[in-house]
Design a protein. Structure first.
Length: 94
């Protein structure tokens, strides 16, 4: 039987500060799961998954992946708000 190499998953929380209204500021918190890309052409790169929003991005190093996730979350939430659509909230991962 061939062994399966486990994938490293780092669970990080990212706080995306977003204005809830003109008079009230709120914070949306999303869990970001980090895992290596395993791409030979991009050593040291990581995927950043945001399960609550069904989004995935990538970046160089863990911090690069988290920065890319932050940018993606901020843009995605802004687009949903502009379109008047519901914004998913993070659920506790088991």
């Amino acid at each position: 039987m061939l062994g399966v190499m486990p994938t490293l998953l780092l669970r990080r929380r990212y706080d995306a500060g977003m204005a809830m209204s003109e008079t009230e500021t709120g914070v949306l918190r999303y869990t970001v799961l980090i895992e290596p890309t395993h791409e030979p052409d991009h050593p040291g790169w990581f995927y950043a998954h945001v399960p609550a929003l069904d989004l995935t991005t990538h970046g160089e190093g863990v911090e690069g992946a988290l920065a890319a996730a932050r940018e993606l979350i901020t843009g995605w939430v802004a687009e949903l708000r502009a379109a008047g659509k519901a914004i998913s909230v993070d659920q506790k991962l088991s």
